[in-house]
Design a protein. Structure first.
Length: 262
């Protein structure tokens, strides 16, 4: 819950222009930090209601939300609001985990289940879902079966090792087409050598350069929202994980529809 605060603090190091891509988001769009969404710390389902209702207003205003999280549970109520306006959306999901579990400690809502809940409610266009960087030990002998059964494209971390992801993203752009797309980026998709400040680190993950290839590879897509989640500052006293998160959010801002280049 302290992730957004730390990302905001580290974002002071992020400047106006993207010197690598030429993107000038602040010259192209109205950009504002509209503050925190109220949650109920004692009731997770009620927190989801509060998030959903807040995002219904945000999305109805025409805003494309870039969200600082927070654990990955938040993507579920955000997508409820986004899909209410845009219909089922494609998803570019970067994560060490698929987050398609059914229950955690008996509960159907927690940070390991959001995308199963989204599938059940018809919020995702399942033929346009890609999950990149998936890895780690599992409770199940075939942990990706549910995803494959839904039509998701699962890209394990092993398929990303020692290579550029530009060819992957060219294929993803083709699959996504011009229909609405949402980007959900769990910071644990990156290797904990770069991003130790997260609750469920997994070894042998993506590099920051690959993270930039993924986000920059989304340029031209009909992006209707993004989030960066699971930053836990107490596990990284250096602040580097939050700094990385702030820069990835800036990169997302730089690929939104309507952003002009210098």
């Amino acid at each position: 819950r302290f992730g957004p605060r730390q990302i905001r603090a580290e974002s002071a190091m992020v400047r106006r222009y993207n010197a690598s891509t030429g993107a000038a988001p602040f010259d192209s769009l109205q950009v504002a930090d509209i503050g925190d969404v109220n949650v109920n710390l004692y009731n997770l389902p009620d927190s989801c209601r509060l998030i959903r209702e807040s995002y219904q207003k945000i999305v109805a205003s025409g805003c494309v939300p870039l969200t600082l999280g927070g654990d990955h549970t938040i993507t579920y109520p955000i997508l409820q609001a986004v899909a209410e306006k845009h219909g089922p959306v494609g998803l570019v999901h970067v994560d060490a985990h698929t987050d398609t579990g059914d229950r955690g400690l008996g509960e159907k809502i927690f940070h390991g289940t959001p995308f199963r809940r989204c599938v059940e409610e018809g919020l995702l266009d399942c033929g346009r879902v890609v999950q990149i960087g998936i890895r780690g030990s599992s409770y199940d002998p075939d942990p990706y079966k549910y995803c494959r059964d839904q039509g998701f494209r699962v890209v394990p971390a092993e398929e990303c090792w020692r290579k550029t992801l530009e060819p992957l993203m060219a294929a993803v752009r083709k699959e996504m087409g011009d229909k609405p797309v949402y980007i959900s980026f769990d910071i644990d998709g990156l290797d904990p050598a770069y991003a130790p400040g997260t609750g469920t680190p997994e070894i042998a993950g993506l590099t920051p350069a690959q993270a930039l290839e993924i986000i920059r590879g989304c340029k031209g897509l009909n992006i209707v929202g993004c989030d960066l989640v699971e930053v836990a500052p107490m596990y990284d006293v250096s602040g580097n994980t939050a700094l990385l998160g702030a820069n990835l959010l800036f990169e997302m801002l730089c690929v939104l529809p309507g952003v002009k280049t210098m």
